[in-house]
Design a protein around this ligand. Structure first.
Ligand code: 5GP
Length: 207
């Protein structure tokens, strides 16, 4: 990173489907300036209300494969039978410009990124946060309340969520989302604190 732009963090945010990552991120963007969302590519169909280029870049299986083979993804994974991938172009230009970026990705994707950046100067710009529900009942209720998936898809997501929850210890921070405002405030605090690490500083403005 250039030493003329402010330090920025890339936050890998994982947690079971339905735990409220999108809502918490929306609240976060209201609380913390210079923070954006990495819009992933996915082969899954848009849910009602989801917009192309805002929530995801919705692409065909063929386009996904081409972009993967061209090396456009920082990581990619198959989740719930569909492909998802993080574009390098969503992450690195933002970090270079001093903008924080949130990556809502699953555990496999988080591991891939950490593996890819291990030993590089990028490591200090990445932090990992796992978001968990206050209870399994709350998670099931949220998935059902969303009314965007049929019963079989909800069941699949709940089972995958249970698997995903087992990995929270692999992350730097655990955030229990029992209130979206409080969770967003905690996330903002985590990012702000990370940016104050002495290892993130490259200027001595008092000189
Ligand atoms: P949903 O279909 O509910 O939007 O997302 C399903 C799961 O895919 C979530 O756990 C989400 O974190 C994960 N996901 C979304 N985008 C990406 C991505 O670019 N890469 C990976 N590895 N997972 C993603």
């Amino acid at each position: 990173m250039s030493n003329t732009v402010p330090a920025a963090m890339a936050v890998i945010l994982s947690g079971p489907s339905g735990v409220g990552k999108s809502t918490v991120c929306r609240n976060l963007f209201n609380q913390l300036s210079s923070t954006g969302f990495s819009v992933s590519c996915t082969t899954r169909a848009p849910r009602p209300g989801e917009q192309q280029g805002v929530h995801y870049n919705f692409v065909s299986q063929e386009e996904f494969a081409v972009r993967r083979d061209q090396g456009e993804f920082l990581e990619w994974a198959e989740v719930h039978g569909q492909f998802y991938g993080t574009l390098k172009s969503e992450v690195f230009p933002r970090l270079a410009a001093g903008t924080n970026v949130i990556l809502d990705i699953d555990v496999q994707g988080a591991r891939q990124i950490l593996g890819n950046i291990a030993g590089s100067a990028l490591v200090q710009h990445f932090l990992t946060v796992f978001m968990a529900p206050p209870s399994l009942n709350a998670l099931a209720e949220r998935l059902r309340g969303r009314r965007t998936e049929d019963a079989a898809a909800i069941q699949r997501r709940l089972e995958a969520g249970l698997q995903e929850l087992q990995h929270w210890r692999e992350y730097d921070y655990l955030l229990i989302n029992d209130n979206a405002d409080a969770a967003a405030a905690a996330l903002a605090a985590i990012i702000t604190a990370a940016k104050c690490r002495t290892t993130m500083q490259n200027k001595e403005p008092w000189l």
